[in-house]
Write a protein of this length. Structure first.
Length: 279
């Protein structure tokens, strides 16, 4: 994790905390009760805009021809892009939550090949014009049990099923002809994790969560599968009322997959902001 984005996030959350007394004019819960504002709900819907820094490398074989590892940032020129995220929480009981998250990720770039490489059985030579498109649909289904719960915070366990669908395509053009090659990977991924939340003020919360999954290293065996999925999220929420709040956070997703001779490494990390509505 990079220090600078985390330091920026901590400073911004601290600034929001300093403004907490003004929240009373927005309808914050009376101090006659110590229950934090925003903790009484059955449905929570959140929308955020995430602006991560990408680090993506993929190799793909075809017809027994091993592929080279391609850096989609340095070799193909994809740039930092913002993405929308949807989060839904169903809360049938105080300590029990069912969670859903969807993040559609898409990168596009037009560049000239800076080095010769092989992708999906085809050779891309130096100076060849290439159009790149990378799509990554990241779904997250989970159950949260807050085994320790109090008016001003909780600590819980996460059980998740992450579904990842990655499609990377390269279209090369030469002398009026074009050819498209693509690599695709999709898989359901189980994960386990922890989540914790504290309220430094009655209407301001700081939440951190981490979930992970890892298969044994299969790099030495070309017929094996392997992978990992690490997901870290740290965010602050200012709850103007029980039903509405604003969020600012830092998210890091680190993924590696290996399917026989195909493999990919994808790391996205950066700040996000958005809002949340509760019913």
């Amino acid at each position: 994790m990079r220090i600078r984005p985390l330091a920026t996030l901590v400073c911004l959350i601290a600034g929001l905390s300093a403004a907490s007394p003004a929240a009373a004019q927005y309808g914050a819960r009376s101090y006659r009760s110590d229950r934090a504002t925003g903790e009484n709900y059955h449905v929570e819907i959140g929308g955020t805009i995430w602006n991560p820094t990408p680090e993506i490398s993929i190799s793909s074989e075809s017809l027994g021809i091993a592929g080279d590892t391609i850096d989609f940032v340095n070799d193909l020129g994809i740039d930092k892009t913002s993405f929308k995220q949807l989060k839904v929480v169903l809360r049938p009981g105080t300590k029990h939550k069912f969670r859903f998250e969807y993040t559609p990720i898409k990168y596009e770039a037009v560049s000239t090949v800076a080095r010769t490489f092989v992708f999906n059985g085809q050779r891309y030579t130096l100076g060849l014009p290439v159009e790149t498109e990378l799509k990554w649909d990241a779904f997250r289904f989970g159950y949260e049990w807050d085994f320790l719960y109090a008016d001003r915070g909780f600590l819980g366990m996460l059980l998740e099923a992450k579904y990842t669908h990655v499609n990377a395509s390269l279209t090369a053009s030469f002398a009026g002809f074009s050819d498209t090659e693509f690599a695709e990977a999709r898989a359901p991924i189980p994960a386990i994790g922890v989540i914790g939340r504290v309220y430094p003020a009655a209407n301001i919360s700081i939440t951190g969560e981490f979930s992970a999954f890892k298969l044994p290293d299969a790099a030495a065996d070309p017929d094996k599968y392997g992978g990992k999925y690490y997901d870290f999220d740290l965010y602050g929420t200012v709850n103007f009322t029980d039903h509405f709040g604003a969020q600012l956070g830092y998210r890091s997703i680190d993924v590696f997959y290996k399917v026989k001779l195909d493999q990919g490494t994808m790391n996205l990390q950066g700040l996000y902001f958005g809002g949340v509505a509760r019913f």
